[in-house]
Ligand binder design. Sequence first.
Ligand code: AMP
Ligand code: MN
Length: 269
Amino acid sequence: MLIELQSHSTVSDGQLAPAQVVEEAAKAGVTTLALTDHDGVAGVPAAAAAAERLGIELVPAIEMSCVHEYAEDLHICGYWIDLETMGPICDRAQEERRTRAGEIVANLRREGFDLTLEDAIREAGDADSIGRPHIAKAAGATGDLGPFFEEYLVPGAKAFVPRRWPSAAEAIELIRGAGGVAVVAHPYWDISDPQEVEDLIRSLRPDGIETYYPPHTREQTAHLLGLCEELGLVATASSDYHGPTHKTFAEFGAYDTYGLGEPQVPARP
Ligand code: AMP
Ligand code: MN
């Protein structure tokens, strides 16, 4: 059994088409997969068809970006969501992304960059969800985008514009309203302070926590697992696959359970 409950296709910031992601997953021995594109579900039907053909389980899913006082870009995964209900929610999230992208582009122009929103949209290619990495590339950043982000695109930097909708609590409500299960993605990727992670989980009361995740240390994994056990939450796992040559997330089966437990798949509500 290999459980992988977060992966990305060209519908958001992944490198492969949805069916290709499933093919790579099957090749790597994944038995249960979720395609979790950022604020988009357009890839799920093709992924489901490929999964059926290849004999692996595909959980219909999404990864919603949201705001929280501890993290300007917190991610909540929704599993077993109804795609029809989720569609208009994705539309709104994508519209919010375009509005924010336009404001960031205007700030970058003020800083002397010669780019337009159309350039950034072109950079997003097939992606439904335009994001800051597309804007950075449209502004001329190449290779490691880190330095460009640090100077212009992170909170407090010259061209940063915060996301405004949804809040983390709203994202959870939207996912549940679409019949889904809400799981806080990779908490220690977005937040480093254990106390803040704990406050976040205790106040949001999601249905699960993405506990097993490549950058999570043994100590962080044990902390999240303890919270899952105490609060009755599902402990999920992923390697956050973004494609074969992605800088950080290029391999299925890359997370470590540290022998602490076994990843779980949320039950269909
Ligand atoms: P957005 O959806 O527009 O908020 O952009 C979020 C994406 O920006 C993340 O998924 C990362 O890929 C990227 N990102 C965020 N912070 C950084 C950073 N400091 N350096 C490089 N990329 C970053
Ligand atoms: Mn994520």
